[in-house]
Design a binder for this molecule. Structure first.
Ligand code: LLP
Length: 407
């Protein structure tokens, strides 16, 4: 993991001030990740759209904008959040999946970049807008890659995008409705370490790019891997940037056309900038297993149970304690294991456990299951910790419910 980290002392102070469980985000780390991207791809004409599905707190969106990054949205509600955060429409990208055409019309009314992922919506779009609204097409590249099946999106059985083998149909629709296809898009999956997978995606797009005379952009989606374990490596961005430069140069020379590259990184930008702090409620010994039960659960961080994801955990209250094996578990009414047989410094009740890589798809996937409150969120910028979302309160549990009088 890289050096730019919040210290245990800072995290403990935040837990003391704002309580637990709490998500903490480190602004400067977000910026460093964005800068690593812009440096790695400086050899090509690249534009980055933060996939805000990873974390949509309005302050994070505004910070992302302030560092010069653009935004990718997966629902029209995210588009509206992005507009509310102050992004210019041309810097907002809307990449949807299996949505009703009316939502695409809404995005077009808002004037943002749109990627369409089905033939039927493409045809409707062509009939309504013809040449007047440049559009992108999400293709399914038929490449199997990604950290696990749930987050693999480009393979031949996936629901995402227009299958590559239907490209003739895309061209028919484009011709019949006089579409202006500006962008070809793929998103192969999340947590892809292997640079060759991105190279293969590039190959797929370059092979068909010349069919689209008005094409300006190749959009490679997101999916860069970040390290989750201390001895693990993420995608080699610098190598990928170099490879892309070579491929783009080859294409430009062969076809005498210049294209822009778009990327939609989510995890890469915010995962490592996030920490989730919990407090240990109960230590339980059972037939040789020691459970450390924390004041959280799969309702707050679902990734371990849903994807089998690994999050590094540290006992910041007892960093010099002897190492023991623990099952770190939650307080929810079904099995919610964060970590099994994990070696950690001796855990005592009331100790603070920090989960790393909690910036992406952490708070964003949290729920009120068991009528528990969603955690607070804190942003650390210039060394100063500020609350950016209050912990839920009882009102949130009843919000939007209609209490019938005659029961
Ligand atoms: N672009 C599109 C079209 C996507 O569907 C996604 C993620 C991204 C970009 C950003 O991918 P990233 O750079 O974050 O890997 N909840 C899961 C991850 C789901 C990703 C869904 N799509 C998790 O916690 O691992």
């Amino acid at each position: 993991m890289s050096e730019l980290k919040l210290s245990s002392q800072q995290l403990a102070a935040i837990a003391g001030e704002f309580g637990t469980p709490v998500y903490v985000y480190h602004a400067e780390k977000i910026k460093a990740q964005y800068e690593r991207l812009t440096n790695a791809f400086s050899g090509i004409n690249a534009k980055f759209f933060y996939a805000c599905k990873a974390l949509t707190n309005i302050n994070i969106l505004r910070y992302i904008k302030s560092i010069g990054c653009n935004v990718d949205c997966s629902s029209v509600n995210e588009v509206e959040l992005a507009i509310y955060a102050g992004f210019e429409r041309k810097n907002i990208l809307y990449t949807s999946n299996n949505i009703h055409f009316s939502e695409i019309e809404r995005a077009a009314d808002l004037g943002v970049n749109i990627n369409i992922d089905s033939l039927s919506n493409l045809e409707k779009f062509g009939k309504k807008y013809g040449h007047s609204y440049p559009v992108g097409i999400r293709l399914r590249p038929n490449i199997m890659a990604g950290g696990n099946l749930k987050i693999s999106t480009g393979h031949a059985k996936s629901k995402f995008g227009i299958p590559l083998e239907q490209i003739e149909k895309v061209l028919d629709i484009a011709k019949q409705t006089n579409l202006r296809i500006q962008n070809l898009h793929i998103h192969t999956g999340s947590e892809i370490k292997d640079v060759e997978v991105f190279a293969k995606g590039m190959e797929v797009l370059f092979e068909i790019a010349h069919y689209f005379p008005e094409l300006e952009v190749l959009d490679f989606g997101g999916g860069f891997k970040v390290p989750y374990k201390s001895d693990e490596e993420g995608t080699d961005m610098e190598l990928l940037g170099q490879k892309m430069k070579e491929e783009f140069e080859w294409f430009e020379n062969k076809y005498n056309r210049k294209l822009q590259a778009w990327f939609e990184p989510g995890k890469f930008i915010v995962s490592e900038a996030g920490y989730f702090i919990t407090k240990v409620n109960v230590i339980k010994n059972s037939n040789g297993t020691v459970f450390a039960g924390v004041d959280s659960g799969l309702n707050h961080l679902i990734r371990p149970m849903f994807y089998g994801s690994y999050h590094q955990i540290e006992n910041i209250s007892n960093p010099a304690g002897p190492l023991n094996l623990y099952n770190v578990v939650g307080n929810i009414c079904e099995t919610d294991t964060f970590a099994e047989d994990r070696e950690l410094n001796e855990i005592r009740e009331e100790d603070l456990l920090v989960f790393y890589n909690a910036g992406a798809y952490g708070f964003e996937m949290a729920s009120n299951y068991n009528s528990r409150f969603k955690p607070a969120e804190v942003l650390v910028k210039d060394g100063k910790a500020q609350l950016i979302r209050k912990r839920d309160s009882f009102d949130h549990l009843l919000y939007n419910q209609i209490e019938l009088a005659d029961l």
